[in-house]
Design a protein. Structure first.
Length: 327
């Protein structure tokens, strides 16, 4: 019997890819080229499944070019790179990697928020430029994190983990906005208060955005929302580029309509809006919130578990569209 073939679309831990070789003929990409859409469709020819990351877009065209494809397994919790409706229509299973990155991503979101509040990157750049010649009372004066109001947009697993850090570790008051309100037993230990989006913008000293990207969340935070924020407030985005209007944010930062921002994700990344590169009061990191050895290995391992189960008659642990399995 011939073994199913799978594509591993990006370079990833060799020992974890080796687990696929036990079951499948694996075409991998150790040189880590980013495939164009046409190349991706061509690479998928003859493949029953694919290990993908956020840089591979799986849409109707790619699926139609590959009617043999049965599973696409994303090494990411966010899956806006996958057209799930198109997968459903063609019976293709899609999987993601929830849970394993929650705490790591929350650590980084909290670190970014603190860096923005306390002007960490801006002051470090100043020091490296050799501009530190004397102490002064207001040099890189910022705002407190402890005791401040933490505003969370998107109170899913990662939002709740950031709220836990703020409430339990830093004595922060937590306000949040989400599609739906949390159960009282989840709100209570955090002292978390559900508010409308506008109120969230008005009340937050430190706004952290953790909402998944979709057509509905495109530019959920734009100039109108920023206009409601306190001039002393900070904005942190660890969700997806496109949830924040980056051009509007750069303008708000330049004009000091808000105090500072920290971004791990960008519209059209790895390109970064040029205006963000020239405003000093923003911390910029290259989409690394989940980047610890343990977590990236856990994410890769879970994507591999999903792919093996999907193609060997097992039960994939974290399907996005489990209804496909029932067919
Ligand atoms: C990934 C992420 O590193 O999981 C997600 O949704 O944004 C990151 O953890 C990235 O998407 C690579 O696939």
């Amino acid at each position: 019997m011939t073994r199913p073939a799978v594509l591993v679309a990006r370079a990833v831990f060799g020992d974890i890819v080796d687990r696929l070789r036990v079951h499948f003929d694996v075409e991998d990409n150790p040189e880590d080229r980013i495939f164009s859409k046409a190349e991706l469709a061509a690479k998928l020819a003859g493949k029953a499944g694919a290990f993908i990351t956020g840089s591979e877009r799986i849409d109707a065209e790619v699926l139609d070019a590959n009617p043999q494809l049965r599973a696409v397994c994303n090494m990411a919790v966010g899956y806006n790179n996958i057209d799930v409706d198109a997968c459903n229509a063609r019976g293709v299973l899609a999987t993601n990697t929830p849970d394993v990155l929650t705490e790591t991503t929350a650590d980084f979101g909290f670190a970014l928020m603190m860096a923005a509040a306390r002007r960490l990157a801006e002051s470090e750049h100043f020091l490296r430029r050799g501009e530190w010649t004397k102490w002064s009372y207001d040099m890189f004066i910022g705002s407190d994190v402890h005791g401040a109001t933490l505003g969370i947009l998107g109170m899913g697993r990662i939002g709740q983990a950031i709220a836990r850090r703020g409430a339990l570790g830093f004595g922060m008051k937590v306000v949040y906005h989400n599609r739906s309100r949390l159960a009282p037993e989840l709100e209570a230990p955090l002292g978390a208060r559900y508010v409308g989006k506008e109120q969230l913008m008005r009340e937050a000293d430190h706004l952290v955005i953790v909402v998944p990207y979709s057509a509905a969340s495109h530019h959920a935070v734009g100039s109108a929302e920023m206009a409601l924020m306190k001039p002393s407030a900070t904005l942190t985005n660890v969700a997806r580029g496109g949830v924040v209007d980056d051009a509007a944010l750069a303008a708000a930062l330049r004009e000091r309509r808000i105090a500072a921002a920290a971004l791990d994700v960008f519209e059209g990344e790895p390109k970064v809006h040029p205006d963000l590169l020239t405003v000093p009061n923003v911390v910029l990191t290259p989409h690394i919130a989940s980047a610890t050895v343990a977590t990236r290995r856990a994410m890769a391992g879970l994507a591999v578990d999903n792919l093996i189960a999907a193609l060997t008659g097992g039960t994939p642990p974290t399907p996005i569209n489990p209804q496909v399995l029932a067919r």
